[in-house]
Design a binder for this molecule. Sequence first.
Ligand SMILES: Nc1ncnc2c1ncn2[C@@H]1O[C@H](COP(=O)(O)OP(=O)(O)OP(=O)(O)O)[C@@H](O)[C@H]1O
Ligand SMILES: [Mg+2]
Length: 465
Amino acid sequence: GLGEEGGTGINLFSLYPTDEPRVDELRDAAEHGRVWSGRLRALRADGSGYHEECALSPVKGAGGEVHSLVVVKRDVTREVEFEARLAQNQKLEALGTLAGGVAHDFNNVLTPILGYAELALNQVEANTRLHGNLSRILRAAERAKGLVDQILAFSRQSEDTRVALRFGELLQETEELLRASIPKRVRLAVRWDAGEDGVVGNPTQLQQVVMNLVTNACHAMEPEGGTVEIGGETVEVREPEPDLAAGRYLVLRVTDEGCGMPPEVQARIFEPFFTTKEVGKGTGLGLAAVHGIVKQHGGAIRVDSVVGRGTTFRVYLPLAGRADRVEERVGARETMPRGRGERILVVDDEIEVADFLAQTLETLGYRVEAVLSAEEAWQRFSRSPGAVDLLLTDQTMPGRTGLELARQCRERRPDLPVVLCTGYASAVATEELAAAGVAVLLAKPVSPRQLAAEVRRVLDGGKRP
Ligand SMILES: Nc1ncnc2c1ncn2[C@@H]1O[C@H](COP(=O)(O)OP(=O)(O)OP(=O)(O)O)[C@@H](O)[C@H]1O
Ligand SMILES: [Mg+2]
């Protein structure tokens, strides 16, 4: 880093930062005429740091006295960074597997809590104590679900529906959301130079990336506030890195003028639950989720930060090509598949559940008839078996079970699609389902999204992916 002749007359040891511990070893070896080699952090002439591999060998006179030293220094900054990145990726990978496993189990426990709390809430009168308590359970469970979702995003196990989208447009939508939620003293400056270039991705998740980064940027500038710059450009990566293949990328940049991060914080920010914020203010999942989402999209993330000056995050997402090949993403966003007037017979002995199912399906564009017992359902069906396109039935009912009803109906109409709903605990053997012609088994409580997806799939004759 000193250039030709640049090293002449300079003290060898002045070329290292004062806090580099291995300089002492180097000095010791030089003083005692020993051979030494190792890696250390060193300084360039302009004062900037780099990593070097240094080999020292003394040249001795006939009497064994050291009359000069030969020092060979090689810049290994790229290697060192490469290795660090690789190690970091492996660590995050392992953490992701662990956290993902826990989150999955946790999700399974939360689903019935949420579902039944919601159901129960609809069954009690508003303004009663019970109603209040149930709402609290529901709210707490929703918060827990939010956390679990972040962990799943980090471990890359969240649901993944992708569409081709123009990031610029997504950012515009996100900007509106952000403006409503960021503190008054923070100014948002958006500069989009990536044009109409598209990426293939999950809009909700990518939106979350932007939200999490900007939220952190706002926190970093508390309490004075300042400007958060959001930018986008396309770049070509020529030299591949462990987590970044060569190719064309859209780079989303979020820059703040906040507190910045020392290297020891930077080294850990993507770990789940790493936070420097006080209890109750941060859970340390924001960047972990960002990391997982970005990886899942085949991208990478880079950080530059200077304490006291600010931080820049860069998110690399593989480009999907020019805009004319990118589908309109209007309506592509998380819409539920709709019905086309198909007739559905809904059977559940609990009136609220039957109501909920019927209402959801009607809103989706199906024609629904809801009944409260297998007997009623059978009467209704046998009157004109051709007038039902799908049977959606509860399993556990007084009199006949859902399975028995399904079997009976399919004797009349072997091609009748059947969707069976079961309570959390009641298990039904797979062979029994197949024998009764049940296409899908839904565990209660059923979410509207799940209902919409499964009913549509069964009607379209689709198999489980
Ligand atoms: N823009 C930034 N400037 C300075 N420090 C940051 C910035 N972004 C993240 N950090 C540091 O990284 C840590 C982890 O961030 P992360 O978003 O994962 O968690 P959090 O913000 O603490 O909590 P959560 O996002 O779950 O509410 C933060 O606690 C903070 O120390
Ligand atoms: Mg955060």
